[in-house]
Design a protein around this ligand. Structure first.
Ligand code: SF4
Length: 81
């Protein structure tokens, strides 16, 4: 009780520091361009909604996530460090 478990795999002190992915779902039009760039993180399902599979992806996915953010015509993807 009283102790919070830190998010696994995300640490400013270790080598696994990761980013946070934020999607403005009000802007998103589910065109799946982000999924094409980073399918590990973004998935548009049959229900036509975008799902963020990892909102704190590891650093090794940064390039793909940044490409996904750039590819979004609605600029709905924000990456926070
Ligand atoms: S590229 Fe942008 S608009 Fe398209 S599904 Fe991804 S977040 Fe939504």
């Amino acid at each position: 009780m009283g102790h919070e478990t830190p998010a696994i795999g995300c640490s400013r002190l270790g080598t696994l520091w990761c980013m946070r992915v934020i999607v403005d779902f009000d802007q998103c039009e589910s065109n799946a361009l982000c999924m094409a760039a980073a399918p590990e993180v973004f998935e548009v399902r049959d229900d036509d909604f975008l799902y963020v599979l990892q909102d704190e992806p590891s650093e090794e996915l940064r390039e793909k996530v940044e490409a996904a953010a750039r590819s979004c015509p609605k600029t709905a993807i924000t990456i926070e460090d």
